[in-house]
Design a protein around this ligand. Structure first.
Ligand SMILES: [Zn+2]
Length: 572
């Protein structure tokens, strides 16, 4: 702890010295002699800076945690000293580190060690994998996670408890659908939760039932709480392990910052513990649930409160559910479910509950990030945001709508006027794009994952994955935004191709756009002298290769805070 603080102090002294030497140096020769040596130089690179004042370069110098110079190999060579580490990039592409604007970091870390159900291609395979996991599971432990997706099965029917009861006679199971808006419980879990045919649907939730009115085991949105509340909380050791797994995974795919949506307070405590130990290798901005607004409001902190590695000051709310679970809230019914137009979340019932929480958050200067997917859900959140701005006056709030998937035509202008950030996940587009048109019809699909329309309206985009709903690997997200080629191979030219982004637009939204969404655009998001030294060296040039190849590009090195945290060559 102390060593770390002294290290920081010496960096500050170095930086002050640097500024003075820049100011005092009358001649280039004198300047070259008086500047301190860089700690790290990356030379012979194709640097794409995402900084419009200096878009490309060959080399970068780093001093402590900051980028200090950018230029040609010869320019940067002047920063070389006896102890400077030099990375020869061999002509490879160097980008600012990726900033994933929407993740569920601990779930992601847990899922890395949990049963993998997402690529199970049949109900039988789904059941087989759960049975295998049950054999490895200690008595009394639950099987959770999974990320199943019944749309990959034939027929694409929701799973039921009967499918898995025989292979899990003593093990409680509560495996989640990949969108996180539905889970399947087996009979053991239903018994522990006390769920029967007599149990009522809660507000904002649905208990899926058979013709005899018995629960099938599938629970939607708020109904999942019946089971979640009987699952024992994660132990500290397990949580710590999950975070470490998540940090290592993020480093390996070039993600240097994440914005963690609805963490539990115990998650933030683990981040804080790792920060003290100097073991946090991904920068984290944590947005706990808006239901807990009083805690942060009472502390008197505002948005983006904290330090370069860990910030709080944001809140995550839910307007509705998801398209896949048919709980996203639309003005009109689903095309394939004429009696259903979705479900408002329990936080929106009554609406005054959400309004009061948002008013408190906004009065305290906290940032509001609201999950809204269906067009009416989005519209209602824009109404609330407009009301907040009117009540509390003009301010730099950076309201966010998470997902912003299905827009009403009338709302793009309003979205821009209120300066709301669209925090979007392009991978969902190539995933949902397999079946979305069946659910909402052609007209609504034209305004679905409408990234180009957002940019045309001057809306700020922040990119992310929603990991573990989608993979954390940014190359899959870039591939998705640029090609819009659905995962089933049926739209090789792109699903609603007019909404494609270019590679430079995608990279900008994934770096500067995400940094802006967390009030950090002056600290990170581009390779600019003075900013934090977070960079990623890629194995392929995503600007010139065939876009279909982007998803296979590997990360060679990930640099956070001026330190190499992932080196593919070192076989970490
Ligand atoms: Zn999410």
């Amino acid at each position: 702890m102390l060593a770390r603080r002294n290290h920081r102090k010496s960096l500050t002294m170095k930086t002050i010295f640097l500024i003075f030497s820049l100011l005092l140096a009358p001649l280039p020769g004198v300047y070259a002699q008086s500047q301190p040596a860089a700690d790290l130089i990356i030379t012979n690179a194709k640097v794409w800076t995402v900084d419009k004042t200096h878009p490309t370069a060959q080399a970068v110098a780093v001093l402590g945690d900051r980028i200090v110079a950018l230029g040609s190999n010869a320019d940067i060579d002047a920063w070389r000293g006896a102890s400077t580490r030099v990375i020869d990039a061999a002509g490879k592409l160097l980008l600012p580190g990726f900033n994933d604007a929407h993740v569920h970091f601990v779930s992601g870390g847990l899922q890395l060690d949990s049963v993998q159900l997402n690529d199970a291609t049949s109900a039988a395979e789904f059941a087989r994998r759960i049975g295998e996991q049950a054999k490895k599971t200690a008595k009394g432990e639950w099987i959770v996670g999974g990320g199943w997706d019944e749309t990959k099965w034939d027929p694409a029917k929701l799973p039921t408890k009967e499918l898995i009861d025989a292979v899990t006679p003593d093990t409680p199971v509560f495996v989640s659908r990949y969108d996180g808006h539905m889970s399947l419980a087996n009979s053991v879990a239903l018994r522990l939760a006390g769920l029967t045919a007599q149990t009522q649907d809660p507000p904002g939730g649905v208990i899926v039932r058979d013709p005899q009115h018995n629960p099938t085991g599938a629970l939607k949105d708020a109904a999942t709480d019946y089971v979640y509340k009987v699952i024992p909380p994660l132990s500290h050791e397990k949580r710590l392990h999950a975070v470490k797994r998540a940090l290592a995974h993020a480093a390996s795919v070039g993600v240097t910052s994440v914005q963690d949506m609805n963490p539990e307070y115990d998650d933030v405590a683990v981040y804080s513990e790792l920060l003290r130990r100097g073991e946090l290798t991904t920068r984290i901005y944590a947005a706990p649930l808006i239901a807990q607004v009083d805690d942060q409001a009472k502390l008197g902190i505002g948005h983006a409160f904290g330090g370069p590695y860990l910030r709080i000051g944001a809140l995550k709310g839910y307007a509705d559910g998801s398209l896949g679970s048919a709980t996203a809230y639309f003005f009109e019914s689903f095309t394939d479910q004429p009696n259903n137009h979705g479900l408002l979340s329990d936080e929106m019932q009554p609406l005054s509950l959400m309004r009061d929480r948002m008013m408190k958050a906004d009065a305290a200067g906290l940032q509001i990030c609201t999950h809204a997917i269906g067009d009416q859900g989005i519209s209602m959140i824009l109404d609330l945001y407009a009301e907040l701005a009117k009540t509390h006056g003009d301010a730099d709030r950076r309201f966010r709508i998470e997902h912003a998937q299905h827009m009403a035509a009338k709302d793009f202008d309003r979205f821009a006027q209120l300066r709301v950030i669209a925090s979007v996940q392009p991978y969902h587009a190539i995933d949902d794009g397999r079946w979305a048109e069946k659910r909402i019809g052609h007209d609504r699909a034209t305004r679905t994952y409408a990234f180009r329309t957002f940019l045309d309206h001057g809306v700020h985009l922040a990119l992310g994955t929603d990991w573990d709903v989608a993979p954390l690997n940014p190359m899959l997200t870039v591939y998705a935004a640029v090609t819009r080629a659905t995962l089933d191979g049926k739209n090789p030219k792109g699903w609603f191709p007019e909404q494609k982004l270019t590679v430079p637009e995608t990279i900008e939204a994934y770096t500067m756009g995400s940094a802006y969404a967390e009030f950090q655009e002056n600290e990170k998001g581009s390779i600019t002298p003075g900013k934090l030294a977070d960079m990623v060296l890629l194995g392929g040039d995503i600007f010139s290769i065939d876009p279909t190849q982007i998803r296979g590009v590997k990360v060679l090195k990930t640099i956070v805070d001026g330190k190499v945290v992932w080196d593919a060559g070192a076989g970490q």
